[in-house]
Every structure is written in structure tokens, then in C-alpha cells.
Design a binder for this molecule. Structure first.
Ligand code: NAD
Ligand code: ZN
Length: 359
């Protein structure tokens, strides 16, 4: 049987450069539809921040702050979309400005402006049937790759799963490294490590091919420049990490993530552990699967003076462990990429349980 190669949809337009945010007004202009407003969904971190003065609000445009205290939920997406539909009927587009959580919210709200029901109905693969409204992603943290991916990770009533579809990628992204300047060192590290871990999982995975490898190696090289070779954080570090995130996202687009992500999804579902830090907590204990990557990861943790929480599974009940393991083992493509087609024989429930107990 002939192999079925993935035919994947990419972001429409990309602009990169320090200060490129200045061009946003001009970029949006041809995408404005009559009097329908543009909605700027901005990470709540930027409330009262000078960034708000740089947002090109026109006519009926609205700036909404996204509460990203918790990672995005389907209920949050549904209520934002409903609010916009009730107020405006339709909108010209939505521009997400923030970390991965805000980018995912913007993508999901865009889709829910044109698709009926709840976003929970579309958690899965290729369930979205209609294109969303025009959407733009402007990252203010680097690492998740959410700016390039075809998913938006949402916690729903029964699962944490993305709306994976060809309609999910942004129509436009604005990569302006100036916007990541001054992010707190811990946050920058956790989100940056998401990218590092994407690279290790992609490069060490069984799904690897030259497409993924070329992006993965470049992203890994940039992560090393930032977290291993550099002795202080500079504007160049922001430039490099932003491109690492992009390339890391491109790498996993044509391969897959692996053990750290599969295990971290369980933590996040049960304990609400955030993606970046959750991946770090897991990666700290994955010597058996990624020996060289984990060694380097530990070096970066130490060099950058970061602390990784431990003991987060202490005191969990039998039921809790069962839930985490069910969520984790449900991520079949991740395990298959990491361990091969016979992954179930390698990652038994007992083995996974022992791993969770260590975290
Ligand atoms: P985040 O978006 O959750 O933000 C973390 C914190 O940093 C928040 O408190 C936020 O307000 C703050 N913040 C954002 N920008 C800042 C800045 N410049 N300075 C200071 N603080 C700032 O963090 P993240 O790690 O970028 O994203 C994680 C999210 O991305 C998760 O919800 C995860 O599920 C999602 N994700 C999505 C994909 C995808 O492909 N769609 C991939 C990986 C992760
Ligand atoms: Zn990730």
C-alpha cells in the first residue's frame, strides 16, 4: 500500500523583525469588511502596559483582555464567541497578542464565529467544517510553536484536546521579538523549554524525516545558543528564541511530540499544571528515553538558575493516578512516535505509574 503523506496547511503570511508590529495597521486594512470590527484579544499581562497604545484600533474595533490565569477552556472560547456574535453579528477578524494561551484562544474564537455548537464538539482531528474569521497571531512569549500549528489546545468537559484542522492555522503571524523582551526569566525558560523538548521529541522520534529534521536541528541549535552558550539574556536571545519556536513548531508539524508531552498532558488534565512547566517537570525524569537531551536539559536548568518543582504527585489517590494514566495513554500518536508501533508493550501502565510517582 502506498504511504499516505500528510498534506499540511501552513500559516498564510509571516512578517518577522524587531518593531514589525508597526505594520499591523497596514496589514489589517485590506482585511477589514465594511463596518465589521477587528477584535484585539490581548494577554491580560499587558493591561496598563504601553503595548496597548500601539494597537491600531479603528472605528468599532475592540480590545479585549484575555484571562490566561488558567489554560484555555472550551467554555471560555464559547462565551467569548457568543459575546462577539451578540454584540456585532460578525467581525472582520481577531488578533491574538500574547503567549501560547492567548494565541490558542484567538484561533478557537475565530473558528467558533463561523461554526455552530460548542468548541467542545470540535476537539479532535478535522471536525471543523467551516473556515473561521480572519485571524492573526502575535506571540509575546517564544517556545510553544502555537503561532505555526494547526491546533488550539483546549480543556473541555471530558478531555484536553485541540481543535486540529486545516482551518486552525493563522492567516497571518507577526513575529516581533521586541514583544518578548522583559518576560520573567522563569516563564521565558519554561516556555523556551517547550521548544527544546519539541526538538528532542521530534529528532528522537520514529516519525522523523528530513523535513522535520531540518527544522528540528535548526531550532535545537538556536535553543542552545540561548540557554547553553549565552551568559546573559540579550536582544539577540529574544530574536533567536522566536525563530527557534517557529522552527520547532514546523518540525513537529511533520513529525510528532513524544514522552514528555504525553505524560505532561496527564498532569495538566488532573492538576492544571501548565504546559511549559509540566513538560519540564516530566523531562527531568526521562533519562531512560532521551539520555542526551535530559542531560543537557539539566545543565540548562542549572546554568539559568531555574528551579523545577518536584513531588507534585505526592498524596494523589489511586483514582487520580488512573485518570492521569488514561489521559496520557490516550495520546497514541505521541507514544508511537516516541517508542514505535509496539509502544504499548514498552510503556505499560505499571511503568507509567512508576514514572508519575517520581514527578
Ligand atoms: P501562556 O500563554 O500560558 O502565558 C504564561 C504567562 O505569561 C501568563 O501569565 C501570561 O499572562 C504571561 N505572559 C505572556 N507574555 C508575557 C510577556 N511578554 N511578559 C511577561 N508575561 C507574559 O504561556 P505559553 O507557555 O506561551 O503558552 C502555554 C499555552 O500554549 C498552553 O495553554 C498550551 O496548551 C498552549 N500550547 C499550544 C500549542 C499549539 O500548538 N496550539 C503548542 C504548545 C502549547
Ligand atoms: Zn509543547
Amino acid at each position: 500500500m502506498a504511504t499516505a503523506f500528510r498534506n499540511f496547511k501552513m500559516v498564510g503570511y509571516v512578517i518577522y523583525g524587531r518593531g514589525s508590529l508597526h505594520q499591523l495597521d497596514a496589514i489589517l486594512a485590506p482585511n477589514r469588511k465594511n463596518s465589521a470590527p477587528m477584535i484585539f484579544l490581548v494577554d491580560h499581562f499587558f493591561k496598563d502596559h504601553t503595548l496597548c497604545n500601539r494597537i491600531p484600533l479603528r472605528d468599532r474595533d475592540e480590545l479585549i483582555f484575555a484571562d490566561v490565569t488558567y489554560e484555555p477552556k472550551t467554555t471560555q472560547v464559547d462565551s467569548l464567541a457568543l459575546q462577539l456574535k451578540e454584540k456585532y453579528g460578525t467581525i472582520s477578524g481577531i488578533i491574538g497578542i500574547g503567549g501560547g494561551s492567548t494565541l490558542d484562544l484567538a484561533k478557537a474564537v475565530s473558528l467558533m464565529m463561523n461554526n455552530p455548537g460548542s468548541s467542545a464538539d470540535y476537539q479532535g482531528w478535522d471536525l471543523v467544517k467551516q473556515p473561521g474569521v480572519y485571524k492573526v497571531g502575535i506571540p509575546t512569549l517564544s517556545g510553544t510553536g502555537a503561532e505555526v500549528s494547526r491546533t488550539t489546545v483546549l480543556t473541555g468537559p471530558t478531555r484536553k484536546l485541540g481543535m486540529n484542522s486545516d482551518f486552525t492555522p493563522f492567516d497571518q503571524i507577526v513575529l516581533d521579538p521586541e514583544l518578548t523582551q522583559n518576560a520573567p526569566a522563569n516563564q521565558r525558560f519554561y516556555t523556551g523549554m517547550d521548544c527544546y523538548i519539541h526538538c528532542i521529541e521530534s529528532l528522537e522520534g520514529t516519525f522523523l524525516n528530513e523535513f522535520s529534521k531540518s527544522y528540528g536541528e535548526k531550532a535545537l541549535d538556536l535553543c542552545r545558543k540561548v540557554f547553553v552558550e549565552s551568559n546573559e539574556w540579550t536582544t539577540t536571545s529574544d530574536d533567536q528564541l522566536m525563530m527557534a519556536s517557529y522552527a520547532g513548531g514546523m518540525s513537529i508539524a511533520y513529525s510528532q511530540v513524544g514522552v514528555a508531552h504525553a505524560v505532561s498532558y496527564g498532569l495538566s488534565y488532573l492538576l492544571g499544571t501548565k504546559h511549559g512547566i509540566g513538560n519540564c517537570i516530566v523531562m527531568n525524569h526521562l533519562e531512560e528515553y532521551y539520555p542526551a537531551g535530559v542531560k543537557e536539559f539539566k545543565y540548562m536548568v542549572e546554568k539559568n538558575g531555574i528551579s523545577i518543582p518536584t513531588g507534585i504527585c505526592a498524596g494523589l489517590s489511586e483514582d487520580d493516578f488512573t485518570k492521569m494514566m488514561d489521559v496520557s495513554l490516550g495520546m497514541k500518536p505521541l507514544w508511537e512516535n516516541a517508542l514505535g508501533p509496539n509502544w504499548q508493550e514498552i510503556m505499560t501502565r505499571e511503568k507509567l505509574r512508576t514514572l508519575y510517582e517520581k514527578l
